[in-house]
Ligand binder design. Structure first.
Ligand code: CA
Length: 234
């Protein structure tokens, strides 16, 4: 999977955290722009056009809430993930209220932040610039990933749910390699509560019924027992 040319604006003033995050994110292939001063944040966002913003709350100059509100007022629609050291529920709610997409409470695990970033980017379609396929051909069947529609060779049509489309996209990104149920749970369902690997199986069955000409003899959405699922595009 490629994070090529995905730009992250990190608005944070704590040197040790900047160091760790920059290092981790750059290792993942992201381009990281650091802003340590609240006053400069909005200007830097306008200038650098990031794909996602990671925003601390307590900053010199201007706080994260104000920055978030200003960005939204300026019609910045990119995902904003708020980092907050304050553990109070009120602050979290406030964070989302002002137009943030997600928040994470310090101290946090870098892996968790990465998962959140990837989930947000995938949602906005910037996660994988290498696999921006809008129309997928599976034999005689076409899948319009933009419109979430399936069009069979004989003209029959099915509608896909957003999750089903996302599931196809994720399997497509794996490039024909099998993906485990756990990975699908983590990456497509994003740690939502009350989900388990059975959820994945149920969705795969439903999806199979929508995209396979003969769902009982699937040719594209394949189960590899004990491994997971894969999407065969040929
Ligand atoms: Ca801070």
């Amino acid at each position: 999977m490629s994070n090529k040319e995905t730009r992250i604006l990190l608005i944070e003033d704590e040197p040790s955290l900047i160091f760790t995050l920059r290092d981790t994110l750059e290792n993942e292939g992201y381009i990281v722009i650091v802003c340590e001063d609240g006053e400069e944040a909005v200007g830097l966002a306008q200038k650098n056009k990031p794909d996602i913003i990671i925003l601390d709350i307590m900053l010199p100059g201007k706080n994260g809430y104000e920055i978030c509100q200003e960005l939204r007022a300026l019609k910045f629609t990119i995902p904003i993930i708020i980092l907050t050291a304050k553990n109070q529920e009120l602050d979290k709610v406030k964070g989302l209220d002002i137009g943030a997409d997600d928040y994470i409470t310090k101290p946090f695990g870098v892996k968790e932040l990465l998962a959140r970033i990837q989930a947000r980017l995938r949602r906005t379609g910037t996660y994988s610039s290498s696999n921006n396929i809008d129309l997928l051909q599976l034999g005689a069947t076409k899948i319009d990933l933009l419109e979430s529609k399936v069009i069979f060779g004989d003209g029959r049509r099915n509608e896909l749910t957003a999750r089903e489309t996302e599931l196809i996209k994720y399997l497509l990104e794996a490039g024909g390699e099998p993906v485990s149920r756990d990975e699908l749970l983590e990456k497509v369902w994003r740690y939502e509560y009350s989900t388990n690997t059975r959820t994945v199986d149920v969705h795969i069955s439903k999806l199979r019924a929508k995209i396979e000409s003969l769902p009982d003899e699937p040719r594209h959405l394949i189960t590899l027992h004990g491994v997971g699922y894969l999407l065969k595009t040929y």
